[in-house]
Design a protein around this ligand. Sequence first.
Ligand code: 3PG
Length: 307
Amino acid sequence: MKVLVATQKPFASEAVDKIKEIVTSAGYEFALLEKYSEQSELIKAVKDVNALIVRSDKVTKEVIDAAENLKIVVRAGAGYDNIDLASASEKGIVVMNTPGQNSNAVAELALGLMVYTARGFFNGKPGTELKGKTLGIHAYGHVGSLVGKIAKNGFGMNVSAFDPFIPAEKIEADGVKVYNSVEELYANNRYISLHIPANEQTKKSINYDLLSKMPKGATLVNTARKEVIDEDGLVKIMEERDDFKYVSDIAPDISELLKEKFPGRVYFTPKKMGAQTAEANINAGIAAANQIVNYFEKGDVTFQVNK
Ligand code: 3PG
C-alpha cells in the first residue's frame, strides 16, 4: 500500500512527520510531493499510489485517470471543491475530507482580518473597535460557529447567523441570533464573515444585490472561497460606496485591479493562509492519515463525501 502526500502549499514539517509515522506504522509506504509547480508533476507522482492526501491541490479527472491503483483521496481540510468527485466516484474511489480539523486556524484568521480592517490596516490613524459591532456569520458550520463564539465571547460583538442547513435552536444555543433569509443577514450586519462552500448553488451568489443591503461602514470578510463572490458586483458596490471594504485570505482573480481602484479598502493575504498553522496542519494531517488506515483496515467510510 502506498500513500502519497501531495501538497503544493506544504504542511508544517511536524505534520508531515506525524503522517509518515502513522502510515509507516500501518506497514504502508510513504511518499511526499511538496511545492510542485506543474500539474504534470502530480499526474506523474500518483501513478502507483493507493491513497492520496491533498490540501487545495487540484485532483482533476486527468489525475484520477493517471492514478491506476488509487482507492482513496483525503482532502486534509474542509472544502473539497478541488476534487473531481464525479470522476472519482466513476472509478469507485472514496473521497473524504477532515471536517473541523483546521477550523480554529481559519476562525482566528477571520477575526484577525476584522481587527486589521477596523484599525485601517494598521495605518497609524484612529480606527474603530469590534466591541458592540454587528457581525453576520454566513453559514454556521465548523468555522462559522467558532468565529461567532470568539467574536461574541472574546470581542463582545453582536453576532447573528444565517444557515438553512442547521436548526435554529442549535445556533441560538450559542447566544447567536438567527435570520431566516440571507438578505436580512446582510441588511443587519456591518461585518459579514463568509463560510459557505463553493458549489453550483453558491458560486457568484455574493452579488451586488446582496452586498448593497449591507449598512454603512460595511466589511465583507472572505475566508471561504473566491468563487462565491460575483466580482463584477463587488467592483460595482465598491465604486458606488466608499465605505465598503473587502478583505480575504484568498486573492480574487481581479486582486490587482481591486488594490489599484480601492486603496485602503481591500486586503488579501499573499497565499491562502487561513488553515496555514502548525496546529491545523497537524490536526488535519493526522486525521487524514488515520482515515486512510481505518479505511484500508476496517472499511471505515465515516468522512466520505462522494457517497
Ligand atoms: C479548507 O477548505 O480546509 C481550507 O480552505 C484550507 O485550505 P488549505 O488546506 O489549502 O489551506
